[in-house]
Design a protein around this ligand. Structure first.
Ligand SMILES: Cc1cc2nc3c(=O)[nH]c(=O)nc-3n(C[C@H](O)[C@H](O)[C@H](O)COP(=O)(O)O)c2cc1C
Length: 239
C-alpha cells in the first residue's frame, strides 16, 4: 500500500494546522478509501532536537544525536525515506515556521546535498491567524524542494481562508495521480542547478568523504541530471 507521511509542526492539541492537514487526509480517504497507509506526527509524538552545529552529517554522514538515540530523528528519517508522499505543515509563529519545524529542517539540511527526497512528491502547508503564511510556505517549498521533494502544491491558510472542501478534493485527486505515477515529476530548474553544482564539486573530492561517497554508492555521478537519477531511483532506468 502507498504510504503518506505528514509532519505537523504544532504542539497545540487544538491546532488549526493539524485540522487543515487532517482535512486533506480525510479527502484522500473519502475519494480513495483504503488506498493509503497514512501516518501523521506532531512534535508531541516525534521529538526532534535542534542541530548542535557539529556538521557531522555533512562531513561524516552521521549524527551524534541520532547515534545516541536521544530523540526520534532516526524514526523521522526512516518514515520520510519510506513515504510515497509527504505533507509538511507548519503553523506561522512570528512570521516564520515553528521551532519544531525548524528543528526538522536543520536536522535534514544535509539531504539538500544528497537529494534524498528525489522521486517523491509532497505539499507544504502554512497556517496562521492572519499573516505571514507566504513567507513560511515559500520557505518550506525552498528547503524541502532542494532536498529533491517535488512540491505539487503550496497551501496558505488563515482563519478567514480555510481550505475549502472542493479544493481539498481536487488536491486529493492530484496526490493520488502523483503517488500512482500517473503524473510525471518535472524537476525544478533551481534544484537541477543545485544537482549539477554538487556533482561538479564532489567529483573533485576524495571518495572517502561522506558526501562524494554517498554519490558514488548511489550511482549519482553516472546520471546526466536529476531527472535521470529519479528514473534510476524508481527503477525505470538501470544505471
Ligand atoms: C508564538 C506564536 C506566534 C504566532 N505568530 C503569528 C504570526 O506571525 N501571524 C499570524 O497570523 N498568526 C500568528 N500566530 C497564530 C498562529 O499562526 C495560529 O494559532 C494558527 O492557527 C497556527 O497555529 P496552530 O496550528 O497551533 O493552531 C502565532 C501563534 C503563536 C503561538
Amino acid at each position: 500500500m502507498k504510504k503518506i507521511f505528514a509532519y505537523v509542526g504544532s504542539r497545540n492539541v487544538s491546532s488549526n494546522t493539524l485540522i487543515q492537514t487532517r482535512k486533506i487526509l480525510a479527502a484522500l480517504e473519502m475519494k480513495f478509501p483504503g488506498s493509503f497507509d497514512v501516518e501523521l506526527y506532531t512534535p508531541n509524538e516525534l521529538k526532534i532536537k535542534s542541530a548542535t552545529g557539529c556538521k557531522s552529517c555533512f562531513t561524516h554522514g552521521t549524527c551524534p544525536i541520532e547515534q545516541q538515540n536521544i530523540d526520534d530523528s532516526k524514526l523521522l528519517k526512516e518514515k520520510l525515506e519510506e513515504a510515497d508522499f509527504i505533507i509538511f505543515a507548519s503553523p506561522v509563529y512570528s512570521h516564520n515556521v515553528s521551532a519544531d519545524m525548524k528543528a526538522v529542517v536543520e536536522r535534514l539540511s544535509y539531504w539538500g546535498h544528497l537529494f534524498k527526497l528525489a522521486g517523491k512528491s509532497g505539499v507544504v502547508l502554512a497556517v496562521a491567524d492572519s499573516n505571514g503564511v507566504t513567507f513560511v510556505s515559500d520557505y518550506m517549498e525552498k528547503v524541502f524542494g532542494i532536498m529533491g521533494l517535488n512540491i505539487i502544491d503550496k497551501l496558505n491558510v488563515t482563519s478567514t481562508s480555510p481550505l475549502s472542501q472542493i479544493y481539498v478534493e481536487n488536491l486529493a485527486e492530484e496526490i493520488f495521480n502523483y503517488v500512482m505515477g500517473n503524473y510525471e515529476i518535472e524537476v525544478d530548474e533551481r534544484v537541477e542547478r543545485s544537482f549539477q553544482h554538487y556533482k561538479k564539486m564532489y567529483a573533485t573530492l576524495p571518495r572517502s568523504f561522506a558526501e562524494p561517497k554517498y554519490w558514488h554508492e548511489n550511482g549519482m555521478f553516472e546520471c546526466e541530471n536529476l531527472q535521470e537519477y529519479i528514473e534510476v531511483k524508481k527503477g525505470i532506468l538501470k544505471n
